[in-house]
Design a protein around this ligand. Structure first.
Ligand SMILES: [Zn+2]
Ligand SMILES: [Zn+2]
Length: 298
């Protein structure tokens, strides 16, 4: 496939998925009036403008560009055939799990992943609320590392495209498509699983990391089902000012800087950078693992 083919297919799929988001937006904010436009869509749309402006001065390679780099350095290739697509999907999902786990467990990386988790409601445009710093980071893991493992660029491209479209659907408003998804819940990440991922309930935090299948979360023990007796509370544990783009995008970094400045010695400063959010040099940890242990205690 040529670069024009990739661009054309990517453009068509992007336009169709944006059309679905527009329908969701119209239904939620105009027809049913179940969400306020500014509350549900203000942040993602403000951030989309910022992402566009920053891409003018700071071009990102994107997953395809990174995949081309990785393929050039790959020591072998998986070749052609149906097995390549299956292994390609598993490898892509493995690196998806790794980058997403790191994004939750390393505080420095949480600072750039947290804007995606800040909203207290879900809509399919929430992916546009990401920090601009997360885009090359995603491209490195999903494109470069997957292709470096021998997955052909074409397979990386189509799996990544499926991930983008399905990833949008994972965030569809619970007010528009509530409930569960029958047998799909046993195999695929559905909006139900991903709503749990966006919860700030202690029981649900740091779970359901992949975006297409349940395989790696099941294997690594990070799969957390939605419980009938505990509805999801969306968002992150700090107070967020939903009207402030600066607060959503940068407050985690400001809090990290404050902790770094106050921490005595290099060892403690490194702890704040690389240990999970909630780690404290005083030993009074409030990490998710710590809170889960308290929850499980009799
Ligand atoms: Zn996440
Ligand atoms: Zn999400």
């Amino acid at each position: 496939m040529t670069a024009e083919d990739y661009a054309r297919i990517g453009g068509i799929v992007f336009a169709l998925s944006m059309a679905v988001s527009l329908l969701e937006m119209l239904w939620l904010t105009v027809v049913s009036k179940r969400e306020s436009f500014l509350h549900a869509y203000g942040q993602p749309l403000k951030n989309a403008v910022f992402i566009e402006l920053s891409s003018l001065v700071l071009p990102t390679l994107g997953t395809l560009g990174f995949a081309l780099l990785g393929a050039g350095l790959a020591p072998f290739t998986l070749g052609e055939g149906w097995h390549t697509w299956l292994i390609g999907l598993l490898v892509f999902e493995f690196w998806y799990w790794v980058q997403h786990w790191l994004g939750h467990k390393v505080r420095l990386l949480w600072c750039i992943h947290a804007p995606h988790h800040a909203p207290d409601t879900l809509t399919s445009l929430i992916g546009l609320g990401r920090s601009v710093l997360e885009l090359p980071y995603l491209g490195f893991f999903l494109g470069f590392m997957t292709a470096l493992c021998g997955v052909p660029v074409e397979v990386v491209f189509f799996v990544s495209l499926a991930d983008g479209v399905w990833g949008k659907f994972l965030h569809i408003s619970p007010r528009l498509v509530p409930g569960k998804y029958g047998p799909l819940e046993y195999v695929l990440q559905t909006p139900t699983w991903h709503r749990v991922h966006h919860a700030k309930n202690v029981r649900y935090m740091d779970s359901n990391y992949t975006s297409l299948t349940l395989f790696w979360d099941w294997l690594f023990g990070t799969l957390e089902p939605l419980r009938e007796d505990e509805p999801v509370v969306y968002g992150i544990t700090r107070e967020v000012n939903p009207r402030s783009w600066l607060d959503v995008q940068f407050s985690e970094m400001r809090a990290l800087w404050a902790d770094l400045s106050a921490a005595p010695g290099l060892r403690n400063k490194l702890g704040y950078l690389f240990m999970p959010p909630g780690w404290s040099h005083s030993g009074e940890h409030k990490t998710v693992s710590h809170q889960k242990r308290l929850l499980a205690a009799p």
